[in-house]
Structures are given as C-alpha cells and as structure tokens.
Design a protein around this ligand. Structure first.
Ligand code: CO
Ligand code: ZN
Length: 333
C-alpha cells in the first residue's frame, strides 16, 4: 500500500488532467473488479457485483477523487516569465517558493514581484513561474499549459508526507478495500472521480450514471491538532473520521449510524467529524438525480493543499478496514 501511495503522490494529475493517475488506477482495479469503465469526464467506475443469491443488493458507490490542485498558464512576458492562475484551492502562502512540474515535463519555481513585507498576505496574481527561460521564444510552456506542485514522498516515523495526499490516500484506500472484499452481498461501485478540486464535477456525472442507493466519499479532512488550529476534534492517528457535517453537506443520519456501528463492531478506531472548512464529492452525490443517502469517511491529514501534506499510516490501514467492513455486510436500512 505504501509503494502505491508513493507512486500515486509522485505522479501528476491536476483537475481535468488526471490521465497519469487514471492509468495507474485502471491497471490496479482491472484484476479486482467485475467491470471497469471510464465515462466522458474521465471518472473510473469499477464494479464488484453481488454474490449470486444475494437478496435485494444495495447499490453502494464509494468515491475518491484522482485530481489534485495545480496552476494553469495565463500569460508569458517577453523575458519568459510565466503568469498563472489557480486550478482549485491553491493558496498563496503555500505557492510562493514552490516548485511546479508541467505535464510536458518542464519544471519551474514560483517567485513574487516584490516582497514589501515578509509576512504579508500573498496573492498569486503577484507571482510568476520562472521556468529557466530568457525570452518568450525559448519558454518551454504555452498559455493553457497546466502544472502541479512537485515534492517527493517521505516517511517520518509512522507519518507520511507528500503532495496530493488529498486525495491519493482516498484513491489508495478504495483500491485496497476492493482487494480486501472477497465477496459481497451488495452491488459495489468504486468510483475514482475527476475535477473534485474545481467543484466536485466528476462525482456529479458519475453518480448520475451509477444511480446508487448509498453514496460515500472517501477524502481527507483537515485536523484540529496543530498549534492554534481551528477548534475541531479530528486528530492524526486516531482513526478514520465519520463525517457528520461539512460546509457542503449534512450526512444522512442512517449512513452515519451504519458507519459508527460497523466501526464499533469491528473494533476499528474511528473519530466523529464536524468539519468547519471545505466539502467533498459526497455533497454532489447526495443531491444527484432524485437524491441519494450520502456520507463520508475522512482520512485525517495536516497541511491540506500544501505540497507537504501529512497522514498517519495507521489511519490509512484503519480506513481500509472500515471500508471493507462496510462493503462486505448486508445493509439493513
Ligand atoms: Co482538496
Ligand atoms: Zn480532497
């Protein structure tokens, strides 16, 4: 699982350009699924059918997003300096000084027009990418080219630091849960979505296509366990979080109860989550078609949307256990 997480976090897939991630995902899920298809938005939809003789199988859709935040070139000046705008929640404070990698292989570093105050608010429209060019002519990128942040995967004890743990941890958890579920009374859809970071777009079309009874997003949640963080109970190392609320969704109470009871029965460490910032694919699934019972399992991650996000490896293992437990037993509501 660690090797797969390393491979996925060191690959590049800004929203709308998830090809490299999709390739890896399709290769991984093909031997584990009964059917695999890719829809028009690029979502990978892998189905595990109910065991023969299963009565009234419930259609459960698990969703994790393949895309990550990034930047897109908007202008190049005569000296070859590249102006850009955000793809998703790219924060200025994490962008200045970062290295980026374009999909065509070009690298760049992010500089700032002129820093008057070192601790000033940093808008990205005052930043540029220096790609090593000396003129517009020898600039290796064009307007419209996209890049993601570049940072190697490192282990620090039981903690892992990498870029795009949001949401490659979720992608890995879904793949490992598929591996762990040998047979199921449910009709399972493991969906690897696109364009979450620009507004949960892939999950909407995927949910329309799958038409599930229950939808569960598997994504990261920021924590409240660092100095002066928001007052939230989620901590690294305390297990997967059962979401009650975020900015975009109130989880269906039946789904919440099912998750809590399943975790308790299987003795899987878990946490309750009320998230004060952000949302997930689950909100899109919940309001798709005529409505879907929805919830989310969140993996606690620090420094979300920086290029050094941090996860506890035990949380990943326990997330896989919880997903496998949810997928393997008949659903009674
Ligand atoms: Co995100
Ligand atoms: Zn995410």
């Amino acid at each position: 699982m660690k090797q797969l997480l390393k491979t996925l976090t060191e690959s590049f897939g800004p929203s709308g350009y998830e090809d490299a991630i999709r390739k890896i995902v399709v290769t991984e899920v093909k031997p584990l699924a009964d059917e695999v298809r890719v829809d028009a938005l690029g979502n990978v939809i892998a189905r595990k059918k109910p065991a023969s003789g299963a009565k009234n199988p419930k259609k459960i859709m698990f969703a994790a997003h393949m895309d990550e935040i990034g930047v897109i070139v908007s202008h190049i000046d005569k000296n070859g300096f590249v102006r850009f705008t955000n793809i998703g929640g790219t924060f200025g404070r994490y962008t200045l000084g970062a290295r980026v990698r374009f999909l065509n292989g070009a690298s760049g570093v992010v500089g700032y027009d002129r820093l008057e105050q070192m601790d000033h608010w940093l808008p990205i429209d005052k930043m540029y990418i220096d790609v090593g060019a000396t003129s517009k002519k020898d600039c290796p990128v064009k307007v419209g080219d996209v890049a993601a942040f570049e940072r190697p995967f490192v282990e620090m004890g039981n903690r892992i630091v990498a870029k795009s743990l949001d949401d490659r941890t979720g992608v890995v958890a879904l793949i490992e849960a598929m591996r762990a579920v040998k047979s199921t009374p449910n009709d399972l859809y493991f969906v690897f979505t696109t364009q979450e970071e620009v507004g949960t777009r892939g999950a909407g079309t995927a949910a329309y296509g799958v038409d599930p009874d229950i939808g569960i997003a598997v994504d990261v949640t920021p924590t409240g366990d660092t100095p002066s963080s928001l007052k939230m109970v989620m901590e690294l190392g305390k297990g997967p979080c059962v979401k009650f609320r975020d900015v975009g969704m109130l989880s269906d109470p039946r789904v919440v109860d099912w998750m809590l009871q399943t975790a308790e029965k299987a003795k899987i460490p878990h946490q309750r989550e009320v998230l004060l910032v952000g949302s997930t694919d689950a909100r899109e699934i919940q309001v798709s078609r005529a409505g879907v019972m929805a919830g989310a399992v969140s993996i606690p991650v620090r420094y979300v949307h920086s290029s050094s996000e941090m996860v506890d490896y035990d949380d990943m293992k326990n997330t896989v256990k919880l997903l496998a437990a949810l997928a393997s037993k008949p659903v009674t509501f």
